[in-house]
Design a protein around this ligand. Structure first.
Ligand SMILES: [Zn+2]
Length: 456
């Protein structure tokens, strides 16, 4: 059985490496239910969500909150009404709320007066009372112009970030028809362009309430496939950004990281790898490439405050960005059309990004929790001993995968299934990095956990 699994994995890996231009599905772990859910994601539906978001004129965080048709107030009420519509359609046990945050105008150059912003949050409650895991997907409601304080002029924000909110809405539409053991949260936040305010509010709240948030998926700018300046087109790849060294570490975490040389193995990096592998299973001709940076050069996003609160979080962003569209007043200059307009969005591209988010969220939700207290015995030699404890709560694992990769490799390469909670491996610690993940009776796999050193 073990040999057969390894053989299948090796064949699948070989198939992937042989087909660089046309990625093919790795069907090793394919779940037909997830495959059919990804097919329910519709580019037309995403176009409809983005068109509605654009129709509010501007969604600047300081724009009108009273109009029924224009400004951020109308936009956030519309998003809440969509969540309520999905709840009704699907008879779902899903709570929907506008979560207020008061932003003090004296502390911020981008918020000149005190204002109440609101995040729109839909919580699809898990069915297993013993499973306290939460998975969150987020996009940002607000848009902006060249001037970050311009709350009056049109700022359609079709790509930044109506595309991300559309992904969130589309997942809520499809997934609220289903039940999962753990809780899924669909969120559209405000104040991203004014300093990640809505996301920080939610991250702080979840930390204060000790929420077991196992993964945060930030979707920001996920609908354009053509680069400005170069004209390069890539409608087959989305980037998954993850931090190298965790933003928050205890002194013990830092000592362990230094001992294990695990700078390329933050929990968020494991989530990025997980999403990338999941894309290989469920999508043809579309890849999620891991980007070994926390975010784009000099920039940040709504996953950042989650990282700063010690959560596991990644950012999905298109492969090529177009700077004539982002944060630009609508205008024409030297024959170039500036502004973040609906007509520049590639809806099928955004639909594929939504499919990866869906497959990642559902695979994690159906898997057991990750193993705990994963340790590696400290000794010199060519045998490596790992041990760990079963996850607490949630679906029980049938066993665990030991994952290995050579030190220069970005992705896990070998996968060895074991039933117990320890393993002795004929692989040298000098040549390989190791991780352990739980495997459910349904075959679904948890996030990977790297070991800490165990000194005797
Ligand atoms: Zn954005």
């Amino acid at each position: 059985m073990k040999f057969y699994s390894l053989l299948l994995f090796a064949i699948a890996s070989l198939m992937i490496s042989c087909s660089q231009t046309e990625p093919k599905k790795d069907t090793y772990n394919l779940d037909n239910n997830i495959a059919s859910l990804t097919k329910e994601i519709s580019a037309d539906s995403i176009k409809d969500h983005i068109s509605h978001m654009v129709s509010f004129g501007t969604r600047h965080s300081l724009s009108d909150t009273t109009s029924a048709t224009q400004g951020i107030g109308a936009a956030r009420r519309w998003v809440a009404s969509k969540f309520l519509q999905f709840r009704k359609q699907n008879n779902a046990e899903m709570s929907v709320e506008l979560d207020p945050l008061v932003v003090d105008g004296s502390n911020s150059s981008r918020v000149p007066y005190t204002v109440t912003m609101k995040n729109v949050v839909a919580i699809l409650k898990g069915t297993d009372p013993n499973d306290d895991r939460v998975i969150l997907i987020s996009g940002h409601l607000d848009s902006r112009n060249s001037d970050a304080l311009d709350s009056i002029n049109a700022a359609p924000g079709a790509n930044d970030d109506a595309s991300g909110v559309a992904v969130v809405l589309e997942l809520a539409r499809v997934l609220s028809a289903k039940k999962f053991p753990c809780t899924l949260i669909f969120m559209a936040v405000q104040g991203e362009e004014q300093g990640l305010l809505g996301a920080r509010h939610m991250a702080t709240k979840m930390r204060e309430n000790n929420i077991n948030l196992i993964a945060m998926l930030n979707n920001d700018i996920v609908g354009n496939s053509v680069a400005s300046e170069t004209g390069d087109k890539n409608n087959q790849t989305v980037r998954v950004f993850s931090e190298m060294i965790p933003a928050v570490e205890s002194e013990e975490d830092t000592r362990n990281r230094s001992a294990m040389k695990s700078e390329n193995d933050s929990p968020s990096r494991q989530l990025a790898r997980y999403a990338s592998e999941t894309a290989k299973i469920y999508l043809d001709g579309f890849t999620a490439t891991i980007n070994m940076r926390p975010d784009r050069f000099l920039r940040g996003g709504d996953h950042t405050p989650f990282l700063q609160n010690g959560f596991v979080a990644v950012r999905f962003t298109e492969f090529n960005e177009n700077y004539t569209q982002q944060h630009q007043n609508l205008r024409e200059e030297n024959g170039i059309e500036y502004g973040d307009k609906l007509k520049f969005v590639d809806f099928e591209y955004a639909a594929n990004v939504a499919r990866i988010n869906l497959a990642t969220m559902v695979s994690l939700a159906k898997a057991p929790g990750a193993p705990q207290q994963v340790t590696m015995q400290v000794n010199l030699g060519n045998i490596t001993n790992l041990s760990w404890e079963a996850p607490s709560g949630g679906p029980a694992p049938k066993g665990y995968n030991i994952l290995l990769r050579e030190t220069y490799q970005p992705h896990w390469e070998k996968k060895i299934f074991v039933e117990g909670t320890s393993a002795e491996l004929p692989y040298s610690k000098d040549n390989y990095f190791f991780a352990v993940q739980s495997v459910g009776t349904n075959g679904h796999e948890s996030l990977m956990v790297i070991p800490t050193p165990k000194r005797q």
